[in-house]
Design a protein around this ligand. Structure first.
Ligand SMILES: Cc1cc2nc3c(=O)[nH]c(=O)nc-3n(C[C@H](O)[C@H](O)[C@H](O)COP(=O)(O)OP(=O)(O)OC[C@H]3O[C@@H](n4cnc5c(N)ncnc54)[C@H](O)[C@@H]3O)c2cc1C
Length: 468
């Protein structure tokens, strides 16, 4: 049975779209574009929101799980109480929110070895390795804190932007398990390989999100609460926007001049005063602009790829790991799986786990067939939690790199050399074209909160521009 929000959306699926005029066309009904459209509409402007897929939500995706009996998430879902915008929308659209379950010990996979220990530690590291891990984190924080608001103006900008995060890690710690743990950071938060993301870019992203300790904190930090059905946020906004939303309407071409634009999508053609592109640079690069975008913008689109971040949700008849004093949280320093979490609440009768593959592990599993991938996921869970893990009631997955309208996840990142050569505020509009999407955010870049913040920024700039 469809949720209320989905049933409401059915009404907007096939609007008849010929050429129409609106104040603003927003491209992309992920969180960023939907929020920009909602704010502009609430401020009194007429808007059209064009979405390529036959659903809204973008990188939030919440299918129904039969075994669990509710919606589960195969994309963005964790929030911190500090993420104010997303929390306001969670309340507005009554999206179920669950405190992250952490009672018991976590497991850490070091290749084929498994160790258990408290949250906040890397179980299995020797005393010497723990000291090295602490020092490496201190070096990471010192470098992160030194990044300026305009990162290309940081004292060490050119050196940091000339190297990848992997080569920077080699300057702060030796080979081994500590290096393995440090190398997980770009994959865990952005889906990027440590060997491809600029060190400066990663440091400024981490800084915009409060740093990796806060980001992984399960008390009040970035992993303290999670939604069950995060797509309901975008579905709620789409329902409020009504017939302004056009699904299955990829934007293919944009003609633009100083104060006007004509947007051609499969679902219709709009003339407008402003356009918000709330899509990733890889998607912008597929749109034909007439006249072409300025060279700096085109270079940016080529140097801002997406990573890989396949996700699985696995449902069991009962949370058997809890009976053994385990909390279902798994991390890894070496080997294929990056992380797992227990998504149930304190009283959950069903067992529900989520797994993430990032970095090189993501490339490995993305290229497998679905049955092979399932086998890899379940065998890693069995190594950490016990053989019952091999017999799930349901297995669901999303390979984001296979998605035509995302082409990877979880957030676009800049390659070495880009920040210090392209320079300047990337959010500056080009004529009537404004930029949104989580990668454009000043805060919580890569998060759902960042997507909303960037959408809000774009809407504010447009309103200021139109009113002056
Ligand atoms: C596996 C995974 C785990 C994550 N975990 C978390 C988490 O726990 N917490 C958190 O805060 N964030 C998390 N994120 C990140 C979060 O989901 C994203 O930052 C956020 O949803 C991005 O929103 P957006 O609107 O910027 O972009 P998107 O969601 O990418 O939206 C862009 C939209 O534009 C559409 N589009 C593309 N091209 C066109 C076109 N030409 N015409 C029309 N439409 C187009 C797309 O279909 C899409 O709907 C995760 C993401 C993934 C994938």
């Amino acid at each position: 049975m469809k949720s209320l929000a989905l049933r409401k959306l059915d009404a907007y699926e096939s609007p008849t779209m010929t050429e129409r005029h609106v104040d603003v066309v927003v491209v992309g009904a992920g969180l960023s574009g939907s929020y920009a459209a909602l704010l502009l509409r609430e401020a009194g402007l007429s808007v059209a929101l064009a979405e390529a897929r036959d659903r809204v939500g973008g990188l939030t995706y919440s299918p129904h799980s039969h075994a669990y009996g509710g919606r589960v998430d195969l994309g963005g879902q964790w929030v911190s109480p500090r993420h104010q915008r997303i929390n306001r929308l969670i309340a507005r659209y009554a999206v179920p929110l669950v405190k992250q379950f952490v009672t018991g010990q976590r497991a850490c996979l070091h290749g084929t070895d498994t160790f258990f220990g408290p949250m906040g530690t890397v179980p299995g590291l020797s005393e010497q390795e723990q000291a090295e891990y602490k020092q490496s984190y201190a070096a990471l924080y010192a470098a992160m804190d030194a990044v300026a608001d305009a990162p290309w103006d940081s004292a060490d900008a050119e050196r940091l932007d000339s190297m990848t995060y992997a080569s920077w890690v080699d300057t702060i710690c030796g080979a081994g398990r500590v290096r393995g743990a440090m190398m997980r950071i770009p994959g865990a938060y952005y889906g990027a390989l440590p060997e491809e993301i600029s060190a400066l870019e990663l440091l400024r992203k981490l800084k915009s999100c409060g740093g990796p300790v806060f980001m992984s904190d399960t008390d009040t930090g970035g992993q303290s609460w999670h939604m069950m059905g995060s797509a309901m946020v975008s579905e709620g906004m789409a329902a409020d926007l009504g017939d302004a939303v056009s699904l299955s309407s990829p934007v293919r071409r944009i003609e633009w001049s100083a104060g006007r634009a004509k947007v051609h999508a499969d679902g219709g053609v709009w003339t407008c005063r402003r356009v918000v592109l709330a899509i990733s640079p890889a998607m912008i690069a597929q749109i034909r602009f007439d006249p072409p975008l300025p060279p700096r913008r085109r270079l940016l689109n080529q140097r801002f790829p997406n990573g890989r971040n396949p996700m699985s949700v696995i449902v069991y008849d009962r949370p058997f790991w809890r009976e053994r004093g385990l909390n279902g949280n798994i991390i890894a320093t070496v080997g294929s799986m990056t992380a797992a979490f227990d998504l149930g609440d304190e009283h959950s009768e069903k067992g529900i786990l989520i797994t993430l593959f990032t970095g090189r592990a993501a490339y490995g599993v993305d290229d497998l067939s679905p049955p092979e991938r399932r086998q890899v996921v379940l065998s890693k869970l069995a190594q950490a939690l016990g053989p019952e893990a091999l017999e799930p009631a349901e297995f669901m997955e999303k390979v984001w790199a296979d998605e035509e309208w995302s082409a990877g996840a979880s957030s676009p990142f800049l390659m070495p050399g880009a920040l210090t050569t392209i320079r300047g505020d990337l959010r500056e509009p080009v004529g009537p074209l404004h930029w949104a999407g989580t990668h454009m955010s000043r805060e919580y870049r890569g998060y759902m909160e960042g997507a909303l913040s960037a959408g809000e920024d774009a809407a504010t700039r447009i309103l200021e521009g139109i009113r002056t």
